[in-house]
Design a protein around this ligand. Structure first.
Ligand code: SAM
Length: 261
């Protein structure tokens, strides 16, 4: 299993199951089971995700599915029984790769079995609420499908949840898994510097975020709203709350149903 290195010079490093660093890790471990690990590096090493990993709040490991093929051609897919278009990822190869992560996690003292999530257009639609729920796990295995999908027996045996990022079909589960990892990581305490920016964020408690402005004060004859310039914090808070309500009613009235009063 290749753990994502903290710097590019470490990119070829691998940690073994008995690594003291892995055993001591107490944050959220994301494991990506994929045919295209190279797609992940830039995203996972940049911005908040990269910082969260460096600070030990999350860990990322990339598992190349092909490493678990048993034939000389490293075959990971085959044609569907009964005919039909395309190729399916093989259950035996997926299972060996998945089992290696589950066994690895069992070595991490006191850690429960990771949650196994299959990215799939047939899954439950991902939401902020689901991100909050998934952020409470200590380990998540993302199964990134490809081609026509995945042998059903692997799903029946190993998958806890099928998750979709929307009603459209993508080439593979790599981008969806990164979407989930990003949304979940932001919710882990300490990842986003100011925790207030999370509580006032779009979708929090069924409301969108208020409009925001920065310098210059006037841009192309458009001025920043007066209330934001006067330093009256209760007036600003009132204005922002009213703006959140107004925006939500206008852009996403469906969200108001999610509000907790
Ligand atoms: N034949 C499959 C079907 O009709 O359900 C679609 C396979 S799709 C081309 C290949 C892979 O991309 C899927 O196995 C899944 O992992 C991923 N994928 C595609 N669209 C997705 C979506 N909207 N959300 C999450 N994963 C998706």
């Amino acid at each position: 299993m290749a753990h994502l290195p903290n710097s590019e010079s470490e990119q070829s490093s691998k940690l073994s199951n008995s690594s003291a660093e892995s055993i001591a890790f107490s944050g959220l471990s994301f494991h990506f089971l994929t045919l295209f690990p190279e797609l992940f590096l830039q995203v996972l090493q940049s911005s908040l995700l990269g910082k969260a990993q460096k600070r030990g709040l999350v860990s990322f490991s990339l598992i190349q599915l092909r490493d678990f093929a048993t034939d000389p051609h490293r075959t990971v897919d085959d044609t569907p029984y009964g005919g039909g278009e395309g190729m399916l990822l093989k259950a035996d190869v997926l299972y060996s790769a998945w089992k290696s992560i589950v066994d690895f996690s069992a070595c991490e003292r006191g850690k429960p079995k990771p949650l196994t999530v299959l990215l799939s257009p047939q899954g439950e639609i991902f939401s902020q609420k689901m991100a909050e729920e998934l952020a409470s796990y200590s380990g998540i295995i993302f199964i990134c499908g490809h081609y026509e999908g995945v042998d059903q027996r692997f799903i029946d045996l190993c998958v806890d949840r099928e998750v979709s990022i929307g009603d459209y079909v993508l080439t593979g589960g790599e981008l969806p898994s990164l979407v989930l990892a990003d949304a979940i990581t932001r919710l882990i305490p300490g990842v986003v510097g100011n925790s207030r920016s999370l509580t006032e964020e779009s979708l929090e408690n069924g409301l969108l975020k208020y409009p925001q402005y920065t310098r210059p004060r006037i841009f192309k004859d458009l001025s920043v709203p007066e209330v934001l310039l006067k330093g009256d914090h209760s007036a600003i808070a009132e204005w922002r709350h009213a703006q959140r309500l107004e925006r939500t009613i206008k852009k996403r009235p469906d969200l108001l149903k999610l509000r907790r009063f």
